[in-house]
Design a protein around this ligand. Structure first.
Ligand code: KG4
Ligand code: ZN
Length: 358
């Protein structure tokens, strides 16, 4: 029987300092021996968003302790670790450097293989921590920094079907919350407010809903929310209704664009009854989840949402991507540099900036 691999994962691409120790199991998924996440929400709350220098400083202050805590909790001794995986991009370069260099150092000292992980690949493969999945599958990644539809053909093999041409969906939630004077990060609080509101009160735009395939756009929606907040003196009811209308508009957009992405997936792969995986922090939203499950049923896809602790940023998914890459001999040397931009599909057109034609 082949040895089951045990990996240390490290994640510092944005505002979560995280370390995890995981081990492959007989079921072909992972035993999570430790999954430690320290969120910096408090540090960034008063600014309504992540401040890169503050984030980097907090990573430097916390990372040794978080890694130590994960190893201790896992009850694994250092010589039992078969490899170290650290997020190397995309993300804030000053933040990535912290986890990457400590990951390389640990791997160097232990003389174990080092894997530089693309954070997006971490999210893309994260459902494999708990489920045995068949490639290819369709992925919708919706987080604070990214919103994209991808065909996951295999480890290290992705085709982008659509992406946002402006804001990421999580960013739109965060900015809407900020405009309503609500706390950061905004996704969870908007979801709570939306439950108390009437979604029919505000008619908000659905940018590029009838064009550009399954590409997404949220900037116009955000501007429309801003316009509404300027018209009146806000009270709680106003906020509930605007949050409900905003969330419902997002749901309508995702519903339509997901159907398009599913048609494209089926056309390109010819595969029936495939998995539809929704990952990233926004996948925690129950109303979005409900609608995407309905769409999946209609389109004959099998929906799969990673457990909440694996939806947002964490290091278990980085360790898992590390194991998967290691098994394909995708090992990196200790010269590997952090990358602020690192698309999963290197052939996908760059979809942001002036002069963009869609
Ligand atoms: O994946 P993630 O933890 O970090 C990034 O890689 O960006 O995603 C964080 C994003 C934030 O924008 C947050 O507001 C959003 O996920 N989010 C939600 C919910 N919970 C977190 N958005 C909508 N509804 C939620 N319940
Ligand atoms: Zn993420």
């Amino acid at each position: 029987m082949k040895k089951k691999l045990t990996f240390l994962g490290i994640e510092t691409s944005c505002d979560e300092t995280a370390a995890a120790v995981i081990r492959e199991n007989q079921a072909g998924t992972a035993d999570i021996l430790a999954n430690v996440v320290s969120s910096q929400t408090k540090e960034h709350e008063k600014f309504g968003g992540v401040v890169p220098e503050l984030a980097a400083r907090a990573h430097v202050e916390n990372i040794d302790f978080i890694i130590h805590k994960a190893i201790k909790k896992s009850k694994v001794s250092l010589n039992e670790i078969d490899g170290v995986a650290a997020t190397a991009g995309p993300g804030l370069i000053v933040c990535l450097g912290v986890g990457l260099s400590i990951g390389k150092t640990i791997a160097g000292i232990l003389k174990k293989p080092f894997i530089a992980v693309n954070h997006l690949e971490g999210h893309a493969l994260s459902p494999g921590l708990e489920n045995k999945l068949d490639f290819p599958y369709l992925l919708l990644l919706i987080s604070g920094g990214h919103s994209q539809y991808l065909i996951v053909h295999d480890v290290d093999n992705y085709k982008q079907l659509g992406t946002t041409i402006d804001d990421a969906l999580g960013e739109a939630f965060d900015k809407t919350a900020k405009m309503l004077n609500l706390s950061y990060p905004g996704g969870k609080v908007i979801e709570l407010y939306a439950k108390k509101g009437n979604k029919k009160i505000f008619k908000l735009p659905q940018p590029i809903i009838n064009r550009a395939g399954c590409n997404l756009s949220f900037a116009g929606l955000k501007t429309a929310v801003l316009r509404e907040t300027k018209k009146v003196k806000m009270n709680s009811n106003f906020k509930y209704n605007l949050a409900a209308s905003f969330q419902d508009t997002v749901i309508q957009i995702l519903s339509k664009k997901t159907k398009i992405a599913m048609e494209k997936f089926t056309y390109e792969t010819g595969k029936q009854n495939s998995n539809f995986v929704v990952a990233g922090g926004v996948a925690a939203n129950a109303a979005i989840k409900k609608e995407l499950i309905l769409v999946s049923k209609k389109m004959k896809f099998i929906p799969l949402f990673p457990k909440l602790e694996f939806c947002g940023d964490n290091a278990a998914m980085i360790a898992w991507a590390g194991i998967k890459r290691f098994k394909k001999n995708l090992i990196n040397d200790l010269e590997f540099k952090a990358r602020s931009r690192w698309p999963l599909d290197l052939n996908a057109p760059f979809m942001k900036g002036p002069g963009l034609k869609i």
